[in-house]
Design a protein around this ligand. Sequence first.
Ligand SMILES: C[S@@+](CC[C@H](N)C(=O)[O-])C[C@H]1O[C@@H](n2cnc3c(N)ncnc32)[C@H](O)[C@@H]1O
Length: 436
Amino acid sequence: MNPRAAAHRILGEVRRGALSDRAASRILPAVDPADRGLALDIAFGCLRLRARLDTWIRACADRPPSRMDRAVRDWLRIGAYQLTELRTPDHAAVGETVGAARSALGRGRAGYVNAVLRALARIRDTDSGAGPNALAGGGPFPDPDVDPVGHLCSWGSHPEWLVRRWLARWALADVRRLVEHQNRPPVVVVRMLTDEDPAPPDGVELEPVPGWPRSFRLEKGLPATALSHLRAVIQDPAASAVVDYAGGRLEEPVLDVCAAPGTKTLGLAAEYGLPVVALDISHRRLARLGAPARRLELPVSAAVADARRLPVAAAGTVLADVPCTGTGVLRRRADARWRLEQRGLDDLVVLQREIVDACAAAVRRGGLLVYSTCSLEREENEEQVDAFLDRRSDYRREPPPAGARSDCVTSRGDLFMRPWLTGTDGAYAARLRRIA
Ligand SMILES: C[S@@+](CC[C@H](N)C(=O)[O-])C[C@H]1O[C@@H](n2cnc3c(N)ncnc32)[C@H](O)[C@@H]1O
């Protein structure tokens, strides 16, 4: 399948409710391996930068994208992404896109796509301000100094409610850097489970991630090829930091109650040299833990369970890496920002409270409960933990373990990774000791 047609199919499936990763893994096998990277880049770029691309399209079409035929709009986004972000030569970006669109749309509607994309190429060239991957002003975008929210929502391509809540909390310059970070394609990071330097196989190149000693960015090659030769997992430094933050010595038995797909489970078992029981409500997701656990020969067992009704008491250590909005990992989930809404956040806070309360009952006196998220939102993080400690006087917050990076620890002692400072995903964790 033509890579642009594949990107269009992915956008169509996501529009109809599919998750972007799953849509991509269904459609990409039909694309020539040499073209898969381009198809994925275009599809995920169109999802991440949807609002930016629509602002360009709005500036040269006769109607707003919201009033366009959806299939036509997706073709326009695909063309606009190539013209403004990939800087594909105009003749290829317009010609190839219109060519692929013609067989799906027919001549008339493909002619419309052609006219709008040609106009876009013209206005892009008269605009000097808005370069690729920079939060610059100019072109059809609001002036960032006059209308920072409008700019972050259009050029920054984030939903307004998220932009407003972040601006109420952090400086404009930080929110800009956060938005910019979430708009870049994510990197793949290999976390070594030993102290040895990795010896990658032919065709794989790894670069150390500064500041994160056992983390290496995959520069070349496939993750599966890298892992087949290394004692390692694919894990962003933020997720590794949560594993490290659990502490210097863990009490057994160790339970990971929202474990799937299990990279933190593997990290816990390898780092602390202990058996770990992995529980998750999703059988399908949990099944992904089996093969890497066998490859690494780690003592991990898995079972399906609802963390709100744990079939365990007297655990020594419980990790609750709860379901969350994932606002710290938006760059990894191309379509996620457009699915999130305040109500979803509120519902997740309730679910997290139920899970943390059930976990509290499963930990024995003296044991440790580690609560973590990949969210940046207070309600899911420190406010959730503060409210828990108000309910449970038999728990207290434990200080960070030795070796925790001070720039990633809050005034309360919790781990908090801010992507615009660390260059990693966002993550939060708190250590809660049962004292009675
Ligand atoms: C943030 S992910 C966990 C990621 C995992 N810890 C890792 O590092 O690979 C949250 C997980 O919680 C699971 N989950 C959601 N509701 C649950 C519940 N009530 N009980 C147990 N697991 C649940 C989801 O299936 C999902 O796998």
